[in-house]
Design a binder for this molecule. Sequence first.
Ligand SMILES: Cc1cc2nc3c(=O)[nH]c(=O)nc-3n(C[C@H](O)[C@H](O)[C@H](O)COP(=O)(O)OP(=O)(O)OC[C@H]3O[C@@H](n4cnc5c(N)ncnc54)[C@H](O)[C@@H]3O)c2cc1C
Length: 461
Amino acid sequence: MRNGEVSYWWQARGIPPRRPALPGSTEADVCIVGAGYTGLWTAYYLSRADPALRIVVLEASFAGYGASGRNGGWVTAELPGSRARYARHPRGTDGVRDLEQHLRDTVDEVARVCAAEGIDAGLVKGGTLSVATSAAQQARLRRRLERDRAWGDDAGTVRYLEKTELDDHLRLTGALGALYSPHCARMQPADLVAGLAEAVTRAGVRLYEATPVTSISAGCARTPAGDVRASYIVRCTEGYTADIPGQHRTLLPMNSSMIVTGPLGDEAWKSIGWDRFETLGDEAHAYIYAQRTADGRIALGGRGVPYRFGSGLDHDGVIAPSTIAQLGRILRRMFPVAAGAGLEHAWCGVLGVPRDWCATVTLDPQTGLGWAGGYSGHGVAAANLAGRTLADLVRGVPSPLTTLPWVGHRSPRWEPEPARWTGVRGLYALYRTADRLESARRSPRTSALARAGDLISGIPH
Ligand SMILES: Cc1cc2nc3c(=O)[nH]c(=O)nc-3n(C[C@H](O)[C@H](O)[C@H](O)COP(=O)(O)OP(=O)(O)OC[C@H]3O[C@@H](n4cnc5c(N)ncnc54)[C@H](O)[C@@H]3O)c2cc1C
């Protein structure tokens, strides 16, 4: 079985040859740091809005090396953060509903651009299922539904599926019921990011790979190969932000790990169902996420080792054998018939988590410095919306996007070490124990350990 090598998605597609590095100091109107979805969508919409703009993208490794080429492939409309927190914005609850509607529309926008640019990322909008496999999870799903209804989400946005209805979608061992929302698509992450990189370079954007930015200041992004001087410098480095001078405690690099099976046979798919390609998650505290891939496999992810001391990063996505074993157990428990297909690849990546778990899109017109990220695991669609918003902010064009409540949002900084490491590792230890306790009993009550964890972490609901 392969471990690391960036991700299954890149291995399936083939890791591309590197584009040229920055040849030396240069000038631009806009310099974007990081070629994941956020940076590339920003470049995409800027170049379309004003083809005369000189746009440079600087990427430390290759376009899509980060989370954008490793993720679970959910183009999800899920809000990256807490409604209550975003509602503290002057626009209040209306602003939050607006942001949620824009995220829902974004799922279609991603599909529209894929079609327009000839990007075949296997995108299918089958919606998303969040299943309960214990009485406590089921009770949480129902409470979540009540909260959604109170926020105005009708049955067209989210609804509860009894076990028998869930079986029409997919048959999952131990499932008791699920929430279903149509606002999600599954896709092949590396195909999307590679297609985007090609689309922006076709549009005249200069994308330099193997070019790490060592510092960012107003008007200048410094690299070992030279400086890029630009009126606007936009940082799009999400889970990697801690390595940029001055940003060590801005976003925590949270680790997420994935495994993928070999192709399942027709008989196995017949017994599972999953013909509409919904994305699949559960309501555990240490939750999992999964998709049926375009090439007939199950890709499943979960937290694994949540965080490395000192905001450390992974090595090309290599994960611990214990995490592979843990995710494999979950997969076999949910889909016993998938066991025959074996596991073919495991990898991990980092996503950016702000201290209050709420994302930010921001640009200071005085200094020309901007950034977006902190999507806390819901970054695929959000990065498109953030990119469109950054494009409007850079061009100074007021739009419905530039007043959304995540624009200019400020999160507190993370605690210094060792508090950061102790807190995050302790939190996930609490969550795993809580999940075990809840699975072992019939009580609908959420374990007190998990409630304590939520309280300590500030994870919003
Ligand atoms: C395993 C995993 C599963 C996930 N699943 C989902 C999912 O299913 N749905 C969802 O919505 N979200 C998911 N996420 C989160 C989502 O993938 C990210 O939020 C999103 O891809 C972030 O995009 P980005 O462009 O901001 O950052 P990234 O894709 O991480 O890109 C940042 C880029 O910046 C580059 N870089 C870093 N430092 C520098 C520097 N100093 N100089 C130049 N370049 C630099 C990196 O090499 C990288 O290419 C997942 C994340 C992971 C890790």
